[in-house]
Design a protein around this ligand. Structure first.
Ligand code: SF4
Ligand code: FE2
Length: 638
């Protein structure tokens, strides 16, 4: 209806909304309407609240009203606001990485007995990259040295580049970052420096401010590298795995626990504890414990354990409205405070677990790496108790669920390619591009942003790309969208892939009879920190082609970007040399200069640029143009 226009296209969420339509339940879809019209100054980035002489707004084109009280111009205000969002994103990813690093540290120090080095292969590969000796050494000693480098990356004083960034780059990017003075030497320092740089009365030069932002964005990528690589060491390298997605995975006969947020350190333990405590659930009258994922904690567990994905960011509240969710265990990031408000109308227990993440009214169980399994079992016990209070009259679970295939780490993809060319596996991909079978690769990433209907832009961009023979890899809630709609399934290949992409996938399948499943339309490479895997693939393609990243037919898209983390990711993507589509505008329109830097000048310096385009079809077309241009430039299609 007019008062409440449709804000989601997710079939599971739509079913849920239909089921509750007579009840007086407030969700994000109501709140986003209630917020309209949103503040135009904030939207354009021209509201400054950096000191309390303000807030100052740029109200006029010229004269005193065109500047803040201190005289800051629109370009200063817009750039400061923007890079402070990058700092927020970099801090978020890096805190996540620090937690994984602490866990690895506790493991080598003998204080985390519930963890293990699940993938010695990954550890050795990582050690080699970082220049850590491996010959005749115990795995724990190798990991200790790797952890030391990780810690140094957070706080290094010496003028040396961030190891967890530098070690993974092409030679060309390494030089570019040094020459432009954006190579971070540590993570914490880059973020602090950026906050200091943008404090009242410090930097007012928009170009200098933006370059400060680039340094923090690259520190963000370094944090993601720490997060992804050490998670693989501790929990295993993802391999192709079959699972299901959307709200229909919530099982009325089981104790249902949603793990929500981003950090695998706790949720991996929850999965293990759930398996160990099946009998306790049976004693309570259930068939067992059903762990389902939401957002990136869901993606982490889907990738490594095949855990069902219940839903993604904007529809997180829907999981509670099923009335069959007994507990929602949350860690960090993208968790709506509203989940607790809704849980209070049901028997659902919301449990926070990290010291920096509490919600009024929710229970807090501090999670410690030293007592990880015990803490996880506590959570399962709370859920089993809550299950006993479940009200059958309130249970209504949408039947929507879709099969999917996930688990495509770069290692898994390389393995698949190696069945065709064992010596140069990545050439299977680059040759397909050079021959015109594929147009290139696109990383689809990012959140939901209800400025447009949930998931619609993700799906439209994907369908346009695959129809035009682009190989799509995806992360985060972009993956969530595809999974929930059945687009991450082998069945979707026939329905949506262009002839070139279809034949490419068929060739891979034919060469890989050991795979128990067909290959999907879009390849899930992991959570948001796992965008680092996409960089690994782009770097491998660059090295195979003998060029630097800006010449590789590789683009990125965040059709529904929302979080500060997405701003950080998008910014390093541009700095890496990717044309990067964003379908929800960041607050840059208040300054033509900043808009121009991000969309054009960035291209001259780094070879990548932002493509701000809210229309998903046009956005996809621009990405395809960028890929075609690069392939043409490689000198192939004459
Ligand atoms: Fe206003 Fe300048 Fe203070 Fe910003 S820093 S709030 S523009 S006086
Ligand atoms: Fe995420």
């Amino acid at each position: 209806d007019a008062k409440n226009p449709i804000r989601t296209t997710d079939p599971g969420a739509l079913q849920m909304l239909e089921m509750i339509k007579d009840k007086n339940i407030e969700t994000v879809y109501d709140r986003v309407v209630a917020q309209q019209p949103q503040c135009a100054f904030g939207y354009k980035g021209i509201c400054c609240r950096i000191c309390i002489a303000g807030p100052c707004r740029v109200k006029k084109d010229d004269g005193p009203g065109s500047r803040g009280i201190c005289g800051a111009s629109a370009y200063t205000i817009v750039s400061r606001n923007l890079v402070r969002m990058i700092a927020g994103g970099a801090a978020s990813h890096s805190e996540h990485a620090r937690h994984v690093l602490h866990t690895a540290h506790a493991l080598v120090d003998g204080h985390a007995d519930d963890y293990e080095i699940k993938s010695p292969a990954k550890l050795h590969k990582l050690a080699e990259k970082l220049g850590v000796a491996t010959l005749d050494r115990e795995d724990k000693d190798i990991l200790r040295d790797v952890v030391e480098i990780g810690y140094a990356d957070f706080g290094r004083y010496q003028d040396r580049p961030l190891a967890f960034l530098d070690s993974f780059m092409t030679e060309g990017r390494r030089k570019k970052f040094q020459h432009t003075n954006v190579m971070p030497r540590n993570i914490d320092g880059s973020i602090t420096e950026l906050i200091a740089q943008t404090a009242m009365g410090v930097d007012s030069d928009p170009v200098n401010i933006i370059f400060g932002g680039l340094k923090s964005a690259l520190a963000d990528l370094g944090g993601e590298y720490i997060g992804t690589n050490l998670s693989d060491v501790l929990f295993g390298i993802p391999q192709p795995i079959v699972s299901e997605a959307n709200l229909g995975v919530i099982n009325p006969k089981m104790v249902n626990i949603a793990v929500h947020g981003h950090n695998p350190v706790l949720s991996e333990m929850v999965v293990a504890a759930a398996r160990a405590m099946k009998e306790d659930a049976v004693k309570a009258g259930a068939e067992g414990v059903n762990i389902v994922g939401i957002c990136c904690t869901g993606n982490e567990l889907l990738m490594r354990e095949g855990v069902y994905l219940a839903t993604s960011s904007a529809s997180q509240e829907m999981a509670i409205l099923t009335g069959a969710l007994d507990a929602m265990v949350v860690d960090i990031q993208c968790i709506y405070p509203a989940v607790q408000t809704l849980a209070e109308c049901y028997h659902t227990k919301v449990i926070t677990t990290e010291a920096i993440m509490k919600v009024p009214g929710a229970q807090h169980i501090a999670f410690n790496t030293t007592s990880a399994m015990e803490d996880a079992k506590k959570l399962i016990r709370i859920a089993i108790e809550a299950y006993k209070n479940r009200d059958p009259k309130k249970v209504s679970i949408p039947n929507e669920k879709h099969k999917l295939v996930a688990g495509f780490s770069v290692e898994a993809l390389t393995e698949i390619f190696s069945k065709i060319n064992p010596e140069r596996p990545i050439s299977v991909l680059t040759d397909a591009i050079l021959s015109g079978q594929l147009k290139g690769v696109c990383l689809m990433a990012g959140c939901n942003n209800l400025k447009r209907a949930q998931d619609e832009s993700h799906n439209i961009v994907l369908k346009e790309l695959v129809k035009n023979d682009v190989l799509v890899i995806s992360t985060g809630c972009s993956s969530g969208a595809f999974a929930k709609f059945g687009l991450m399934s082998p069945l979707a290949v026939d329905a949506y892939a262009g002839e070139g992409l279809k034949s490419f996938i068929q060739t891979l399948e034919a060469a890989n009879p050991q795979l128990a499943t067909g290959l999907p339309l879009v390849f899930h490479v992991g959570s948001c920190v796992d965008n680092s895997r996409a960089v690994d693939l782009a770097v491998a393609m660059a090295n195979e082609l003998g060029v630097d990243i800006p010449k590789v037919p590789f683009v990125a898209s965040a059709p529904e970007a929302m979080h500060e983390k997405a701003i950080a990711i998008g910014t390093w993507a541009v700095t890496m040399g990717f044309p990067t589509h964003v379908g929800s505008l960041p607050p840059v329109e208040g300054s033509d200069l900043i808009y121009g830097i991000t969309t054009q000048i960035a291209h001259d310096v780094f070879g990548g640029n932002f493509i701000f385009e809210v229309d998903p079809v046009i956005g996809a077309t621009k990405l395809i143009d960028a890929l075609e241009y690069r392939t043409w430039k490689l000198g192939i299609h004459k």
